[in-house]
Design a protein around this ligand. Structure first.
Ligand SMILES: Cc1ncc(C[n+]2csc(CCOP(=O)(O)OP(=O)(O)O)c2C)c(N)n1
Length: 107
C-alpha cells in the first residue's frame, strides 16, 4: 500500500498492498481509532503499529497546564494493555520500555 501526499493536502491510495507498513501513533489517538485493527485483520494488511504511551492526550494536557493555570481536564486517560488488545485482533503485541528492546521486536 503506498500513499502519496498531494500538494493540496489529501492522501491518495496509489497501489495495491505490497509492502509492510509502519504506523507510529500516540496512545490516545490509537484508542480513538483502534477498531480499524478489525479492518486490518479482515484484509490481512501487513501493518505494524508503534504506539507511544503516556496515558494522556499529551499535547492537549501540556496546553492545559500552560494556558489554563495547570487545570487539567479530560486529557489524562486510562489506556489498557495494548499488547493484550493486539492479541484480540490476532496481532502480535509487545510492550517495551527500553530502547534496546526495540530491535528484537522489529526482527
Ligand atoms: C477522530 C479524532 N478525534 C479527535 C481528535 C483530536 N485530537 C488530536 S490529537 C489527539 C490526541 C493526542 O493524544 P496522543 O495520540 O496520545 O498523543 P500525545 O499528544 O500524547 O503525543 C486528539 C484527541 C482527532 N485528531 N481525531
Amino acid at each position: 500500500m503506498k500513499f502519496q501526499s498531494e500538494k493540496n493536502g489529501y492522501v491518495q491510495l496509489l497501489s495495491p498492498l505490497d509492502n509492510p507498513w509502519l504506523e507510529h501513533i500516540g496512545d490516545g489517538s490509537f484508542m480513538i481509532e483502534q477498531q480499524e485493527l478489525a479492518t486490518v485483520r479482515y484484509h490481512n494488511i501487513p501493518l505494524m503499529v508503534l504506539a507511544l504511551r503516556n496515558n494522556a492526550y499529551g499535547g492537549m494536557k501540556r496546553d492545559q497546564i500552560k494556558n489554563y493555570n495547570g487545570r487539567v481536564f479530560g486529557t489524562e486517560l486510562f489506556i489498557p494493555d495494548l499488547a493484550k488488545l493486539a492479541a484480540l485482533y490476532d496481532a502480535k503485541g509487545f510492550s517495551i520500555t527500553r530502547k534496546d528492546e526495540l530491535k528484537p521486536v522489529f526482527q
